[in-house]
Design a protein around this ligand. Structure first.
Ligand SMILES: Nc1ncnc2c1ncn2[C@@H]1O[C@H](COP(=O)(O)OP(=O)(O)OP(=O)(O)O)[C@@H](O)[C@H]1O
Length: 241
């Protein structure tokens, strides 16, 4: 059975993130970036529920960028219908665009993600969207923080709201305060299932390493996740080099 109501504790976290970072305003047009993974599909369902209840009016348009990996696998069909059907049950229409083409011999995770990002920005600006919503969550933010410390030598992460193009467009991450486990719980409740990513490349070894590392830290020290997350907004500049 599909239960659409978001449990109050999770709804409070979403509301807190929205409030802390002024994510939504009356009249917003929100382009929701949907990969077909569980996070961005749950994000769509959350925004749909908020749209029904919020005292402000905003529009949501979920968009999937099809990288076309399925074309190279026999028997596979486009992810559009698999995502579309699931979101339809929540009263949401999915739009799909083919990715801007990339030379196959040049394809890499970095290039693919950069290309997708440019395509999202371009479409958002051409069609007067005010926000692009992404499915990142608290665990993603902590992983990125660790990745940047361990491999890039800087202290930073993905921020819940990022202003772009003279503040005419913002990237928002409404699930910034939700943990991955909570997103899985919502996925079961909303009855959404990830659509398999058929990308033949996987350049995620560093992220996976960091994920394992963090998992071990959290198992040893159950309070560590919240403490690390709090540290992201408690910078003592006088005690840094
Ligand atoms: N093909 C795509 N089309 C549209 N948006 C995308 C696509 N791929 C990724 N995104 C957006 O970028 C976010 C981060 O992408 P990433 O590949 O890191 O996904 P993820 O952490 O596995 O999350 P998800 O479960 O949503 O795939 C996604 O949550 C989604 O909002």
């Amino acid at each position: 059975m599909v239960r659409k109501k978001i449990p109050p504790a999770m709804n409070r976290k979403i509301g807190q993130a929205m409030h802390d970072y002024h994510m939504l305003e009356d009249g917003d047009r929100v382009l929701v970036a949907v990969s077909g993974g569980v996070d961005s599909m749950v994000l769509c369902c959350i925004l749909r529920q908020w749209q029904k209840k919020a005292p402000i009016r905003f529009e949501i348009v979920p968009l999937h960028i099809d990288h076309g990996f399925w074309r190279r696998k026999s028997g596979e069909s486009s992810p559009h219908k698999k995502i579309f059907d699931q979101l339809q049950r929540h009263g949401i229409d999915l739009r799909t665009e083919n990715e801007w083409s990339i030379q196959e011999k040049e394809r890499s995770c970095y290039l693919c993600a950069r290309n997708r990002r440019s395509q999202l920005f371009d479409l958002a600006r051409r069609e007067n969207f005010t926000k692009i919503a992404l499915g990142h969550h608290k665990d993603d933010l902590l992983e990125t923080f660790m990745l940047n410390i361990l491999y890039s030598g800087n202290v930073s992460t993905m921020i819940p709201r990022q202003q772009l193009f003279n503040e005419t467009l913002s990237l928002i991450r409404p699930m910034a305060y939700l943990e991955k486990q909570e997103i899985y719980q919502l996925a079961r409740q909303f009855d959404v299932h990830p659509v398999k990513n058929l990308c033949p490349l996987s350049d995620n070894t560093r992220r996976e390493k960091v994920r394992d590392l963090l998992h071990n830290i959290y198992s040893d020290e159950p309070g560590a996740k919240n403490s690390m997350f709090a540290a992201l907004s408690n910078i003592r500049k006088d005690y840094l080099l």
